[in-house]
Design a protein around this ligand. Structure first.
Ligand code: ADP
Ligand code: MG
Length: 598
């Protein structure tokens, strides 16, 4: 970040000596860069493409223009402006702050809607653009409608643009590495897994939207003083396309990507403009932008720089992770004595239209013990986990965690109170590093990003995957991904761990290793574990109690050996797979697929 800031300061300093055409080009690029940073803060971190930010740019430009314009000019340019505003002329910087404030207020109002929407959010941002454009066209006393608004003092020199762009870069970078920024980036990769790791997805999106609306406002405040005269169409699709191209070409996932994109696209636009002007072909720049954006999406969807800042890439290459640094610390957990009930549910019922997936299931998990659960595919095990964590809303249930009812709490709050889980099909934040995957949950548990990194390493080393710390999580082999997922759940400092088929897809050796790691966990912490698996050997050696689920109901419960010996349990399994040696000791049943409900 320091490097980029220095570069911008340098441009600002030598800017005054450049020929005036170049100065104008650089100033424009710096103003656009401010807008790209606004988009990076929201879209880059959340993964939700925003078409609405240019609306904030426009609102701020008009507001700043009105506040900065001398009353004598206003008399002719804005004759029907309300009396109060007619007489006002603020110093430039105050007028700019006014523009930013108005954009931010509109950011808060629109953000309350946009942040709540899931996949539809991107379309909603388009609506924001269209509505704000409509406001600019409609508010004639303030904007002269679709006619040109003129008379704004030309205060945006290369220095002013440089200072604002530098501030925008700093804000974007600080936000990216903040707790909320890290959380938002996790939700970009997988919002369900993020909320299960304690991320308040809606809240993080709202904060990012509001901050980015303020930065877009700063672009508008600078743009007004650069253009001097403008109309609503200057803040519509073509500016949106320019900013989005810059962000996407450079790489939306990093601040550096936004800067590189702004530089590259500025140069390309300038070249195309010259070629177009020389040949009388005026649509060339828009066509060029469209081609660049398509080429980028086709050839390198993550943009030139991808998801990481250059200094992260350098640091990751030069610093091998050394788990030995952290080995000696014990893995502190919650203070809960062995045998206390940390999670229980009574009479959970869940129907999916006609199908009753859970029909009155009750289980309880105790501290420092492993409650096992087996059952044929489709018997409702994963649905139970989803009901417990809040991802699925049960039709009726009575769920308590450490004695407190949690049935009405959102997923992220249950996670922060100590409900850790893994998914039957691994759900990591694939573009983030292994370390960051775990850090996300450490932050949810209340640690600062720095302390979170240290604890993440420690947890990763317990699971034996610390050496992969700086790799993208999506690159790891399957078994290691499962371990990282367990590490991430552990990072919540959980009272309970719900492991949904953690050994599925592992070979017997890997599954034994997993068992050892779980036992280490139980020695070092007081966590209670619900272990769901088909691997009977694993269940037999790991569990203190065993529940058998069949057709959404508890078929048997008790001591694992006794339960496994019951004829109806054997029948449930044998009915499921005739030839299945499920109840022997080979443990080779992890990968079996079959479904007696099909
Ligand atoms: P298990 O984890 O024991 O294999 P699941 O809990 O995944 O079983 O599924 C239990 C039953 O509920 C299955 O019949 C499955 O098809 C059904 N089911 C699970 N999730 C949904 C859903 N979101 N919508 C409809 N049916 C579902
Ligand atoms: Mg399942």
């Amino acid at each position: 970040m320091l490097g980029w800031s220095l570069l911008l300061v340098l441009i600002t300093l030598i800017g005054g000596t450049l020929p005036s055409a170049t100065q104008l080009l650089v100033t424009t690029a710096l103003v656009l860069l401010t807008g790209v940073m606004a988009l990076q803060i929201f879209s880059g971190n959340s993964g939700i493409l925003s078409f609405g930010h240019v609306g904030f740019v426009g609102i701020a430009a008009y507001t700043t223009g009105i506040l900065a314009m001398p009353p004598t000019v206003k008399k002719t340019s804005l004759p029907i402006l309300p009396e109060l505003l007619q007489g006002i002329q603020l110093p430039i910087w105050q007028a700019m702050v006014g523009g930013v404030l108005v954009a931010t207020i509109i950011g808060v109002i629109s953000g309350l809607v946009v942040a709540r929407l899931g996949d539809a959010a991107s379309i909603a941002t388009l609506a924001v653009l269209i509505i704000l454009h409509g406001v600019m066209v409609g508010a004639e006393p303030f904007t002269r409608g679709s006619q040109t608004f003129y008379g704004v003092p030309r205060y945006t020199s290369i220095v002013v643009a440089g200072i604002i762009a530098t501030l925008a870069v700093i804000v974007a970078r600080v936000f990216r590495d903040s707790r909320l920024g890290i959380h938002l980036r996790a939700s970009r990769d997988d919002s369900l897994a993020a909320s299960s790791s304690g991320v308040r997805v809606h809240y993080a999106r709202l904060v990012a939207w509001v901050i980015s609306s303020a930065v877009a406002g700063a672009m508008g405040a600078a743009y007004a003083g650069l253009l001097g005269a403008f109309s609503p169409k200057d803040f519509y699709f073509s500016l949106t396309l320019t900013l989005l191209t810059m962000l996407i070409v450079g790489g939306s996932g990093s601040v550096a990507g936004g800067i590189v994109g702004a530089i590259v696209v500025t140069i390309v636009i300038e070249l195309l403009r010259r070629v177009g002007d020389a040949n009388g072909f005026f649509g060339l720049t828009s066509a060029g932008l469209a081609v660049i954006i398509l080429l980028t999406l086709y050839l390198r969807p993550q943009g030139i720089l991808g998801f990481r800042e250059p200094e992260e890439v350098v640091a990751y290459k030069s610093l091998p992770v050394s788990p030995r640094d952290t080995d000696s610390d014990p893995l502190v957990g919650r203070d809960q004595s062995q045998g206390t009930v940390v999670l229980s549910c009574n009479d959970v019922v869940k129907r999916f239209s006609g199908l009753t997936a859970l029909n009155g299931v009750s289980i309880s998990v105790e501290a420092k013990r492993v409650a096992g659960m087996i059952g044929p595919n489709g018997s409702g095990k994963s649905t139970l986990v989803n009901c417990l964590t809040g991802l699925t809303k049960p039709d009726s249930a009575n769920i308590t965690q450490a004695g407190q009812p949690i049935g009405n709490q959102p997923v992220w709050r249950r996670a922060r109170q100590g409900l850790g889980r893994t998914f039957q099909t691994v759900r990591l934040f694939r573009e983030m590093t292994v370390l960051d995957n775990v850090t996300v949950a450490c932050i949810s548990s209340g640690l600062s990003p720095d302390r979170a990194d240290r604890r993440s390493l420690q947890i990763l080393s317990v699971l034996g995957v610390a050496q992969h710390g700086y790799r993208a999580a999506g690159e790891l082999p399957y078994g290691d991904q499962r371990r990282v997922e367990i590490a991430r759940a552990l990072a919540l400092n959980p009272r309970v761990l719900l492991l949904d088929e953690p050994a599925a897809g592992m070979n017997p050796a890997e599954s034994r290793e997993l068992l050892t790691q779980l036992q280490t966990l139980l020695q070092q912490t007081e966590v209670g574990i619900l272990l769901i698996d088909h691997d009977v050997a694993l269940i037999r050696s790991a569990c203190d109690s065993l529940t058998v689920l069949d057709y959404g109901a508890v078929l048997a419960f008790g001591d694992p050996e006794t339960v496994l010996a019951q004829p109806e349990v054997a029948a449930a399994y044998l009915g499921w797979r005739d030839q299945m040696p499920a109840l022997d000791h080979t443990g080779a049943t992890g990968q079996q697929k079959g479904n007696h409900h099909e």
